[in-house]
Every structure is written in C-alpha cells, then in structure tokens.
Design a protein around this ligand. Structure first.
Ligand SMILES: Nc1ncnc2c1ncn2[C@@H]1O[C@H](COP(=O)(O)OP(=O)(O)OP(=O)(O)O)[C@@H](O)[C@H]1O
Ligand SMILES: O=P(O)(O)OC[C@H]1O[C@H](OP(=O)(O)OP(=O)(O)O)[C@H](O)[C@@H]1O
Ligand SMILES: O=C(O)c1cccnc1
Length: 497
C-alpha cells in the first residue's frame, strides 16, 4: 500500500487549499510577498457547548513546519496546472521562487495540553506574507481536529471521574490519519489507552483491549469460548458477557474465573456492551462479589459519551472502566472546531507595524488587531482570568481592566500584583528554526491534567458552564474600537459616494 508511504514520508507542503497558492502567486507578482505580517490562529466558541477547550496538535505543526519545503515533484505538479485558456497557472519565475523558499517565520504558540478560551491566539505566525498565507490551511487542519478531540476526551474523562477510559475509536474514525490523530489527542485529553495498535507504536500510547462477540460466536458455547480465551491469556482475561444472555454470561465468566484461580491466576473482569448498563453492571457487581471476585473490574461500552457516562454515574452504575469509541473520535455532536487564521498586523514601508481589522455584521467575528499576547493570572494555583494585550503595552501592576471582546459590557478589574502570571504564548520557531523542545506525550498529558485541575468545576460542567473571564486589556480594547469605527466610517463614506 502506498498511502502511508506517500502521505506521511513524502512532502506535505501541497496539503493546502489551492487559493493559498494562487494568493501566494499574486503576492509574489505584486511584489508584496516579502512584506512582514502577523497572523493569529484562534477559535470563537468552545466546542460541545462547553466552558473550556484543551489544545492539541502543536507537535504535528512543528513537524510540518520543520519539513516545509516544496519538492521537485510538487513544483512539477504545480507547473503542469493549466488555466482555462491552456496557459500555465503559475509562471516559471514563481515556481523558482517556491523552489528556493526557505521557511523563515517566527512562530509562537500555546503549548499542547493547555486550557484555552475563545479569541486568544493558539498560534501566532510572524513572517513574510507569502509564507504566513501558505500556512493557514495546514495549521487549521491540524489544530482544529486535535484540539476538538482532546477537548472531547477531557469531557469524557471528567464525566468518568478518574475511572480509566479506554479509547476504542479506530473502526469508526475519520480515516487513517483521523484515527491516529484522534488516538493521540484522546490520550492527551485523559484516556488511559487506545485499541489502535499503530497509535501505540507511533506515539507510545499504552495499547489495551478485550475481545469481540465473534470470538464467542466461533465456539459451540460461550463457556468454551471463555475457557479457550483464559487458556490463551490467563493473566489478562476480560470476558465479554452479553453475546447471548448477559446474566448467564456473568455466571460463565465466574465459572472460568474460579478455574483460573485454582491455577493461581486471576481474571481481570468482564465487559458489558449492550442492554441497561446500570442494571447489568450492578447485577454483575453483586454476582462477582458474592462469588469472591470483589476485585474483578466491570468494563462498559456501547455508544458512550460524556453525557451517558455522567448519567450512568448518577444512576450509580457499578462501572469501573469505560470503553469509548465512535462518539469520542468523531466528536459526534460537533464534528469540527471552528478555529480561524486571521491577519492582525502588517509592516508598512517605513517599518511600522499597522494593526488590521476585518469588519463583520456579527461583532463576535471582528478580529483582534495588532501584535498581541496572552497572559493568565492565577491565585494559589487556581486560574482567575486571562488577558489578551498588546505586546508592547506596559501593564499597571496595581490595576487594569479586561473587557470581553464579544460583549464590552462584561468587564473585570484585576490587580496583577496580587496574582501569579503566566505568558501562554511560547516561542517555537525563530527565523524558521525550531527553538522549542517538544515535551513527551506523557508530559503533555500530565500538563493537561494539571491545567484542568486549575479551573473551577463550574467552568467544566457539562450543562450551562460558567463563563471564565477572558478579556482584552483596556488599551487593546480601545484600539479595536477605534479601528472598527474608522473602518465603519470609511464604509459609510464609500456608500454616500
Ligand atoms: N442505564 C442507562 N441509562 C442511559 N442510557 C443507557 C443505559 N444503559 C444503556 N444505555 C445506552 O442506551 C443506548 C442503547 O443501548 P441498547 O443496548 O438498548 O441498544 P443497542 O445499542 O441497540 O444494543 P445492541 O448493542 O445490542 O445493538 C446505548 O447508547 C447505551 O449506552
Ligand atoms: O460503541 P463505541 O463507543 O463506538 O465503542 C466501540 C464499539 O465497537 C465495538 O462494537 P462493534 O463494532 O462490534 O459494533 P456493535 O457492538 O455496535 O454491534 C464494541 O463492542 C463497542 O461497542
Ligand atoms: O478491545 C475491545 O474491547 C474493543 C476494541 C475496539 C472496539 N471495541 C472494543
């Protein structure tokens, strides 16, 4: 099969929307290609009607950018593209330009496994317009998906209240890369293991699993199937008990468990994959306890998500381990995070940075102009508020006001001097060279856990979460308002004309 070879070991530089290349060409032709710009990648609304988002995907971005180079085959393909009149879409000179293009941007980003909020830059790209522009699509592709799944996984794991969640998504994930990236992001979001063996090999995620109904069905009786499985894996038996009759299945598991015990082995537990999971798990717990297996674990699966897990916990189901597939890796109730990538400043001929704004009918969609950064204020390890501010702005330690970018009536006065502060944007590339050492996946997972713990449970609840304060520092707010009014005035004058 060529897919994996071509997709992952070849060049990914053409993994972009065609319009990025046509714009790059037009920038080049108009002589604007090297003009310096700042772009920010951010989202406007938490997924799943939630109160937080957990970042993931930066390591993929680093790998992508570190290998950013148009290969001869890429340029040949572009060179063969024809316009309607039969002429080449891209001039030779432009293809030569791409051939010689060396990635030279400065990249800052919020580390993977960080709790983030709408409007803050997750990635900030500074560099020549052409390069900034070409990065829009791949960066969004990577960050949107992994951040979405890491957030879903965090929600599922919060609902599981510390009980292990096994990720079972591969069979219904969105293709090969979707599955691999989802396993990685699910692990960051708190899952204990994956059933995806390749994700185990590539990322070092622990691999685990039970067995399927087909195993049982291939034998005359369920008991024979359990016995044969116990024979093959005496130390790792989790028996799937619901192929025919769940109560009888539990009895058969106990029978085989007793045989194993006589041989000095312990069955690990059972899995229930259908029916009323509260009823059957409670019944199973009672039967296992009475038979002398209080340590045998009960695994539940069957179209689970954070809401069902939460409901089953409220019903006091006796479930020790959750197997979650489809609804996690496909982000079933919200299949995309809507992060966008917008230009926020450009350098003019005099070398001055000019902040830029894009108007929208919806105030939520008006971007945040200028070269800005994000700072998190915390008190005793608990996050208090996040501030987006202009990078050259002095912040008064005795007091500043942050203003909600989507509702200027929501304001919060903060006294920076009373809090610990953390800059969330970290330098990743300087002049096109990586200057950041990626943490291990385990460290990223640990960071995610600590980050989530730093936020009050009111922001993490599934239903109507409380809004965490994130705002524009007042000077940035004023700059944004000023630019909006100026742009609107300009629009109106044009209309009158
Ligand atoms: N106690 C419960 N409370 C709420 N939802 C439950 C409970 N028990 C099971 N469910 C969920 O109800 C849904 C339907 O499960 P059920 O086993 O009845 O049908 P099914 O999935 O069609 O069964 P099968 O897997 O045998 O085809 C599943 O998503 C399951 O996780
Ligand atoms: O339900 P998910 O969260 O996606 O978890 C993975 C599911 O995959 C397996 O089912 P299978 O493919 O055999 O289908 P079925 O059990 O739904 O018939 C397993 O038994 C789980 O039910
Ligand atoms: O190991 C399991 O039990 C498993 C793996 C994938 C999908 N469903 C279940």
């Amino acid at each position: 099969m060529k897919i994996t070879k071509d997709l992952y070991q070849g060049s990914l530089t053409l993994l972009t929307d065609f319009y990025q290349l046509t714009m790059a060409y037009a920038y080049w032709k108009s002589g604007k290609g090297e003009q310096e710009a700042i772009f920010n990648l951010f989202f406007r609304k938490h997924p799943f009607q939630g109160g937080f988002t957990l970042t993931a995907g930066l390591d993929y971005v680093i790998d992508y950018l570190d290998n950013f180079k148009f290969k001869k085959e890429d340029l040949q393909y572009l060179g063969e593209m024809k316009a309607k009149d039969g002429s080449a879409v891209f001039e030779e000179g432009f293809l030569d330009y791409l051939d010689n293009l060396q990635f030279s941007c400065d990249i800052e980003a919020i580390e993977e496994g960080t709790v983030v909020f709408p409007n803050m830059p997750l990635i900030r790209v500074k560099g020549p317009l052409i390069q900034c522009q070409l990065l829009e699509t791949p960066l969004l592709n990577i960050i949107n998906f992994q951040t979405l799944i890491a957030t879903k996984a965090a929600r599922v794991n919060l609902a599981a209240k510390g009980a292990p969640v096994l990720e079972f998504g591969l069979r219904r994930a969105q293709g090969i890369d979707g599955a691999l990236a989802a396993s990685r992001a699910s692990f960051i979001g708190g899952c204990s293991s994956t059933s995806n063996v390749m994700a185990g090999k590539l990322f070092g995620i622990p691999v685990s699993g039970t067995h399927a109904h087909s195993w049982i069905m291939s034998f005359e009786t369920e008991l024979e199937a359990f016995e044969a499985y116990a024979d093959a894996f005496p130390d790792q038996c989790i028996f799937l008990v619901d192929t025919y009759d769940t109560i009888n299945g539990i009895k058969n598991a106990i029978k085989v468990g007793l045989v194993l015990r006589a041989k000095g082995k312990e069955m690990m537990g059972i899995r229930i994959d259908s029916g009323d999971l509260t009823y059957f798990s409670n019944k199973a717990r009672q039967m296992l306890d009475e038979a002398g297996f209080p340590d045998a674990k009960i695994v539940a699966s069957n179209d689970l998500d954070e809401h069902l897990i939460s409901s089953l916990n409220t019903q006091e189901a006796s479930i020790d381990i959750w197997g979650v597939g489809t609804k996690l890796v496909t982000a079933f109730d919200q299949p995309a995070l809507g992060a966008v990538y917008k230009l926020s400043a450009i350098k003019d001929e005099t070398g001055e940075w000019v902040p830029k704004i894009k108007l929208s009918q919806q105030s939520l969609k008006i971007n945040i102009p200028g070269a800005h950064r994000v700072r998190r204020y915390s008190s005793n390890g608990k996050a208090v508020a996040d501030m987006i501010y202009l990078e050259n702005q002095e912040i008064n330690p005795r007091g500043t006001v942050i203003i909600d970018p989507s509702d200027p009536t929501r304001r919060k006065r903060i006294m920076p001097a009373f809090y610990q502060e953390e800059e969330l944007l970290i330098p990743i590339f300087k002049g096109g060279k990586v200057i950041y050492k990626s943490p291990s996946l385990l460290d990223i997972k640990e960071r995610a856990k600590c980050q989530l713990a730093a936020f009050d449970s009111s922001h993490k609840r599934l239903v109507n979460p409380h809004l965490y304060p994130v705002g524009l520092e007042e000077n940035l707010h004023h700059l944004r308002m000023e630019l909006v009014l100026k742009a609107k005035k300009f629009e109106n004058e044009k209309d009158e004309f």
